[in-house]
Design a protein around this ligand. Structure first.
Ligand code: ATP
Ligand code: MG
Length: 329
């Protein structure tokens, strides 16, 4: 079986962007592949987090993975900080990564602009940790949103670099991108991606938002003064809503555009909100139920860590030997 690795950060709560760009695809892969899905809390602390909130968000994200349809029996679902091999491999890869490579990363540029007060080294080396996450499991495919393309490219480069310098050790992972390249954009600044760590709550839809909150956020979403529902890069707000509507309803964009010929944004927004509510509500109910079953969630992540660790140790042992570390007797 081919191996899949992916993760999301508990840096906030799961957004519609995370769902459409990532988790929805994961659920389609779990029957065919051996999958590792992680709550990547080590990544989350590259931007400031409050301890209590971070712990809650990790639990919530885990519950959402399952509520969205990931089966804990079929997949290895775990919390990243429980498997220390991620950090050990990261250190080795760090010594093989060039400063220049990391300075070119768009996410670093974006996030460092947003939090200049916290321009920490972790934010800079984040892609190296992500490479370690992927390479540890000898991953074949990495389903991610297209905002992660550049990071994945680095993971491939590092795998090749290590294999060439020593001997074949890592599988070279391929990206697996959602059909249609779904990148969900911010509802407030539709030229930027929707991000769960956005400080403006109206910019994103959360999987845990109740129907009225969803309706309100869509109503307030930023559009334009054209007044015509059209799929055009000049109307990024409307384009984004069309993409969301289409992804959740399965209707092609053209068909939706036709449905709103001669109608204003009001109708279109109202219907878009209902499509979102209809898709998210069943998942939200399951999520709320799971959150009240902490023991069950703890059991899932404990077992997940054990399975992940066993696989990760194998790779790390090889790496340490090749690099030239003396084996502890
Ligand atoms: P942060 O702002 O803290 O980075 P995020 O919303 O980008 O949070 P991540 O945990 O970094 O979420 O990403 C989890 C997965 O969701 C990744 O595979 C990423 O590609 C995907 N993803 C994130 N945002 C979007 C988006 N707006 N559209 C599509 N996919 C997305
Ligand atoms: Mg991100």
């Amino acid at each position: 079986k081919k191996i899949i690795f992916s993760g999301a950060q508990p840096s906030g709560k799961m957004t519609l962007g995370n769902y459409l760009g990532a988790i929805k695809n994961w659920t389609e892969l779990q029957n065919e592949y051996e999958c590792f899905f992680s709550v990547v809390d080590l990544h989350a602390i590259t931007v400031p987090q409050e301890a209590k909130v971070l712990r809650e968000n990790a639990m919530k994200l885990l519950a959402q993975y399952i509520a969205c349809g990931l089966d804990p029996e079929k997949n290895t679902i775990f919390i990243q900080s429980h498997v220390k091999e991620h950090l050990e491999l990261m250190w080795v890869l760090n010594t093989m990564t060039y400063m220049g490579e990391l300075s070119r990363m768009t996410q670093f540029k974006d996030k460092s602009q947003k939090s200049e007060a916290n321009l920490n080294a972790g934010l800079f080396t984040y892609p190296v940790l992500m490479a370690a996450d992927i390479l540890l499991y000898q991953t074949d495919l990495v389903p991610v949103g297209d905002d992660q393309k550049q990071h994945l490219e680095l993971a491939r480069d590092l795998a090749n670099r290590f294999n060439n310098r020593y001997s074949p050790t890592f599988k070279i992972p391929e990206g697996y991108y959602p059909k249609g390249g779904a990148r969900v954009m911010s509802l407030q600044e539709p030229t930027k991606k929707m991000s769960k760590s956005d400080s403006n709550e109206n910019a994103f839809i959360l999987l845990e938002d109740d129907p009225d909150t969803i309706r309100r956020k869509i109503k307030r979403s930023v559009t334009d003064s054209e007044g015509v529902v059209r799929y055009s890069p000049e109307q990024p707000g409307i384009k984004n809503l069309l993409d969301i509507y289409s992804a959740l309803s399965g209707k092609p964009v053209d068909e939706i555009v036709k449905m709103y010929e001669g109608k204003g944004y009001g109708d279109f927004k109202t219907d878009t909100a209902e499509v979102i509510v209809g898709a998210l509500e069943p998942m939200r109910e399951k999520y709320l139920y799971l959150l009240n079953n902490k023991d069950y969630l703890e059991k899932i992540y404990s077992e997940g860590a054990q399975k992940a660790e066993a696989k990760a140790r194998k790779t790390l042992r090889k790496v340490y030997r090749k690099v030239g570390f003396l084996e502890r007797k």
